[in-house]
Design a protein around this ligand. Structure first.
Ligand code: XIL
Length: 366
């Protein structure tokens, strides 16, 4: 049965199929936002406060307060937490890579990386369900791996080393590799290569996070399906970790936070025209139909933000008024929410046993 709050179904109706999450900044949500979160979701991802720059601003100096408050709020209200992210090339302080003003050597950076993961994954051990261990390490263009400071300082094995360190610090956490556009070529093949590389090096990887920062009218449905199948056939759990649908045209594909674009007219500052609103609803419904079809392979679907007013797409890659999620700025349900929830009713009907009619045939509904 879909979860019902005051007679209305909520996103928890999907919990028979997979976990449903939202990224949140921290515990500092207002009352209405808390109600929306607790009624609709069973898991959260910290949007920024578990990234290295937030938790570990200087060597050996940790600041866990904000992330601890988030974890506490989540647990007090029955939500699990997905840690994001142990290693990333963005939001990562430079001290990891320097030694007395010079570039630090492999051994020092490796030792710092291990110490970071031991401290952070150790601190949250038993408190987070999963970790995005490495975020966005695959190159967008011709190379296999992104030329990040992690790669140039340590070498290709930094990813395997990160997974090994994460498992040591928190043996029960599910360990994910997370990236954008890995559902599409050429990154999908590189992600498959990475999975095999990690296995070969004995690194414990359990799942792949497909971020899912897609654009209206350009959602690569077929690629998404193929990627889910391909990652699953490598033995991986699949999670959609950062779902949103960008409404306002931008040049940049994917989600490279390092790029910015020249601002253009703020097309939808006053709201979405009905036809665009409807297209958003249709495309969200199509996505969720696909996720339901592959629910045996998908562990979780997490939105990157709680409502339109809390979406990073309002300021990346340029400042604009975006409408990427299922609730608007006033926390009102959008047609997209209703379209997605309608699928759960069909799903419930499909799973319901036909009423006994003596001959085993379903009884016609009057
Ligand atoms: C974004 C946050 O939403 C922003 O607030 C921050 O300024 C930059 O990072 N891929 C990821 C996320 O893995 O961590 C990014 O989050 C969005 C793209």
């Amino acid at each position: 049965m879909p979860a019902v709050i005051l007679g209305k179904p909520t996103m928890k109706a999907f919990l028979n199929s997979f976990a449903i999450g939202a990224a949140i900044p921290g515990a500092e949500l207002n009352e209405a936002e808390r109600r929306l979160l607790f009624a609709n979701f069973n898991t959260v991802t910290p949007e920024n406060c578990m990234k290295p720059a937030s938790l570990h601003p200087a060597e050996g100096r940790f600041d866990f307060a904000k992330a601890d408050a988030l974890v506490e709020m989540a647990h007090a209200n029955g939500l699990t937490v997905n840690g994001h992210a142990l290693l990333w090339h963005n939001r990562c302080p430079d001290w990891f890579f320097t030694d007395d003003g010079q570039q630090a050597g492999r051994e020092l950076v490796l030792q710092r990386m291990r110490a970071h993961i031991a401290a952070v994954a150790g601190h949250f051990a038993g408190k987070v369900q999963s970790w995005d261990v490495v975020n966005e390490a695959i190159d967008d263009k011709d190379e296999y791996l992104r030329k990040s400071k992690w790669l140039t300082s340590i070498g290709e094995d930094f990813i395997a080393e990160a997974f090994i360190a994460a498992q040591k610090a928190d043996p029960k956490a599910e360990l994910y590799y997370n990236d954008y556009k890995i559902e599409q070529q050429p990154k999908r093949d590189k992600a498959l290569r990475l999975i095999r590389d990690l296995k070969q090096r004995g690194a414990p990887i359990h799942g792949i996070g497909i971020q899912g920062h897609w654009k209206l009218n350009q959602i690569p449905f077929k690629d998404i399906e193929n990627a889910i199948l391909a990652f699953h056939s490598e033995g991986m759990q699949v999670a959609i970790t950062e779902l949103d649908i960008d409404i306002v045209r931008r040049k940049t594909d994917g989600a490279e936070v390092g790029v910015s674009e020249q601002a253009s007219a703020d097309l939808y500052a006053k709201g979405l025209p009905d036809d665009v609103q409807q297209r958003l609803a249709d495309q969200y419904a199509q996505l969720f139909a696909l996720f339901l079809k592959h629910q045996d392979k998908i562990t979780r679907v997490t939105f990157w933000g709680l409502h339109d007013g809390r979406s990073w797409l309002n300021y990346w890659p340029f400042k604009r008024t975006n409408h990427a999620l299922l609730w608007d700025r006033a926390l009102q349900a959008k047609p997209a929410l209703l379209a997605v929830l309608a699928l759960t009713r069909e799903e419930t009907d499909k799973n319901a046993k036909p009423p006994a009619g003596g001959d085993g045939k379903p009884v016609p509904q009057l």
